[in-house]
Ligand binder design. Structure first.
Ligand SMILES: *Cc1c(COP(=O)(O)O)cnc(C)c1O
Length: 388
């Protein structure tokens, strides 16, 4: 299969698969060796060189999904983020990032960059002016994350690649929330796509992994550092991830559909103040999302009425689990004020529109009616409690 026009479901099911020459089995055999022959071979293989048969197979799949020449997979999303940024940022260089950033990435920047002499600025909003005004003479990288967490704001990828290319700046995106199903940043000229494969790529809340896709030239630069830092993924997990990705499109499309229905249902609910979902016309970035995304994702946030106690509401849910992570086939929910944004001051949370009643909802693949029933029961139970 060499055609450039292979459909996304076919890429997920087949691309990269390792042929089982011995037994002709249907799936890629799992090669667990950490030791390979070095004589009379084309490639010197070693798991930390990111080139075992299973690693190479999965990289091909991820590269094609992101319309890129090459890919690399890592032991975690943060290994992918940190290795990729450090590969392109040297002492004296500068990077522009959005203020609204995944917590782990934010911590990596503010806790580690000063040790390497790397400078950084945070764009306060998502507009061209917000990013442009932070660019300096020594800016080497613009890093974006869209949709943002937890308010699902959208950054214009065409704009980012335009302002970067004018100045020879490399662009990187954390494409985790969208997944390769809902957004193909390469179509808009973004150079490097990064994923926490722990989320939609894995999709079953049982794998920790990261992935990067880019041109061969850029992947070579990342690989040169990656082999020294050593954040590679074990072959067993690589194999599990390959299996998970075969159903990624089916899962993500079901999650998109459920999330859209849930956003509309929540939007009409008398005990819900506000819903943040790019698929709703009321979302400030709806038009932009429509232009650059293939689907609005399975992620949304909503604010419950301030008369309700958030902790009681979460406890009243029976099926939907409170959970730190996201994007699994099961619906999960999280209070940003109590978890991801707990370390910010109350004032800073307010400035970022993260109210105490805000809940980030990762919509799963369960029947929509069952998700609605669970939420409605919790709303009723908690609103009665408040009246007592
Ligand atoms: C989870 C996540 C990461 C970090 O990934 P890990 O696999 O936990 O290391 C990075 N970016 C985003 C947007 C995430 O949701």
């Amino acid at each position: 299969m060499k055609s450039k026009n292979i459909g996304i479901n076919t890429i997920c099911t087949h691309i990269g698969e390792v042929e089982d020459k011995q037994f002709k089995g249907a799936v890629s055999p799992l090669y667990m060796s950490s030791s390979y022959a070095y004589e009379d071979v084309d490639v010197k293989r070693y798991p930390r060189y990111f080139n075992t048969p299973n690693q190479e197979a999965l990289c091909k799949k991820i590269a094609m999904l992101e319309k890129s020449e090459a890919g690399l997979i890592f032991g975690s999303g943060m290994a992918a983020v940190s290795t990729t940024m450090l590969a392109f940022l040297h002492k004296g260089d500068h990077v522009v990032l959005p203020q609204t950033l995944y917590g782990g990435t934010y911590n990596f920047v503010v806790e580690e960059f000063h040790k390497f002499g790397i400078e950084y600025s945070f764009a306060e909003g998502f507009s061209e002016a917000d990013f442009s005004e932070k660019i300096q003479k020594n800016t080497k990288v613009i890093f974006v994350e869209t949709p943002s967490n937890p308010l699902m704001r959208i950054t214009d990828l065409e704009m980012i690649s335009r302002i970067a290319k004018q100045r020879g700046i490399v662009t990187m995106i954390d494409n985790t929330f969208a997944s390769p199903v809902n957004q193909t940043p390469a179509d808009f000229g973004i150079d490097i796509m990064i994923h926490s494969a722990t989320k939609y790529m894995g999709g079953h809340s049982d794998i920790l992994a990261g992935a990067v896709a880019a041109s061969e030239e850029h992947i070579k630069i990342i690989w040169n550092l990656a082999k020294n830092l050593g954040g590679s993924l074990s072959d067993y997990t690589v194999w599990l991830l390959e299996r998970s990705m075969k159903t990624m499109v089916l899962r993500v499309k079901a999650q998109n559909m459920n999330a859209k229905k849930m956003a509309k249902w929540l939007d009409k609910h008398p005990l819900v103040e506000k819903v943040y979902y790019p698929g709703l016309k009321s979302h400030p970035d709806h038009e932009l999302a429509k232009k650059q995304m293939n689907g609005y994702t399975g992620m949304l946030s909503f604010e419950i009425n301030e008369s309700l106690n958030v902790g009681d509401f979460l406890k009243a849910l029976k099926m939907i689990k409170p959970s730190m992570s996201l994007a699994g086939v099961e619906s999960t929910i999280l209070s940003p004020a109590k978890t991801s944004h707990a370390l910010l001051s109350a004032e800073e949370r307010k400035r970022q529109n993260i109210s105490d009643g805000l809940l980030r909802f990762s919509v799963g693949i369960e029947e929509t009616e069952d998700i609605i029933a669970d939420l409605e029961e919790a709303f009723q139970k908690v609103s009665k409690m408040e009246k007592i």
